[in-house]
Design a protein around this ligand. Structure first.
Ligand SMILES: Nc1ncnc2c1ncn2[C@@H]1O[C@H](COP(=O)(O)OP(=O)(O)OP(=O)(O)O)[C@@H](O)[C@H]1O
Ligand SMILES: [Mg+2]
Length: 157
C-alpha cells in the first residue's frame, strides 16, 4: 500500500488513523531519510492514542527511548545515533508488552526480531510531498488491508 501526503498534517492523519488498528505489543518500524516525516507520523499516532497534547513527541536523541502514556502506551525509539552493538544491547526482542513500539531508523537493526510487524517507508516526493509505503508482516498483512479501506485515508489514497 502506498499513500502520498501533501503536507505534514496529512502525514499526521495517517498516524491518527493507524492508532485505530494498533494493540499492545505491536511493533512499527519506520524507514526513510532525515526529515521525511517519521516523527511527524508518530505525532499523529500519539494523538490518535490520546497522549496528553502537552507532551511533545520528538525523537529521543539522548534518552534512547521515550515513553508516552496513552490509551495504549507508546515506546518511541530512534536508532540514528546508535552503534550496532548498542542496538543489540537494547534487547528489543524482550520489549513485549503493554505498549506499541515504534522505531525510527529501523534500517540500523542488524536483524528483525519479530514475526508480526508493520514497516513504514517514507520518501521525499517534493518539498512538502512524501511517498509513504506500508508493508505488513504476519498479522499486519491483514490489518493493512483494513487500514487501506479506512474512510479516513480514502481521500489520501
Ligand atoms: N508531507 C509531509 N509529511 C511529513 N513531514 C513533512 C511533510 N511536508 C513537510 N514536512 C516537514 O518535514 C519535516 C519532517 O520532520 P520529521 O522530524 O518528522 O522527520 P524524521 O523523518 O523524523 O527525521 P529524522 O530522521 O531527522 O528523525 C518537518 O519539518 C515537517 O514539517
Ligand atoms: Mg525523527
Amino acid at each position: 500500500m502506498e499513500i502520498i501526503t501533501k503536507n505534514p498534517e496529512e502525514t499526521k492523519k495517517i498516524g491518527r488513523t493507524l492508532a485505530k488498528y494498533v494493540k499492545p505489543g505491536d511493533v512499527i518500524l519506520l524507514y526513510g531519510a532525515l526529515g521525511t516525516g517519521k516523527t511527524t507520523l508518530i505525532q499523529g499516532l500519539a494523538e490518535g492514542l490520546e497522549v496528553n497534547p502537552d507532551i511533545y513527541v520528538t525523537s529521543p536523541t539522548f534518552a534512547i527511548v521515550n515513553l508516552y502514556e496513552g490509551k495504549i502506551p507508546i515506546l518511541h525509539l530512534d536508532l540514528y545515533r546508535l552503534e550496532s552493538e548498542d542496538i543489540e544491547e537494547l534487547g528489543l526482542w524482550e520489549y513485549v508488552s503493554n505498549s506499541v513500539i515504534v522505531i525510527e531508523w529501523a534500517d540500523r537493526l542488524s536483524r528483525i526480531y519479530w514475526e508480526d510487524f508493520l514497516e513504514i517507508h517514507m520518501d521525499y516526493l517534493n518539498r512538502q510531498g512524501r511517498v509513504i509505503s506500508f508493508v505488513g508482516y504476519g498479522e499486519w498483512s491483514e490489518l493493512l488491508k483494513a487500514l487501506g479501506k479506512d474512510e479516513e485515508l480514502a481521500l489520501l489514497l
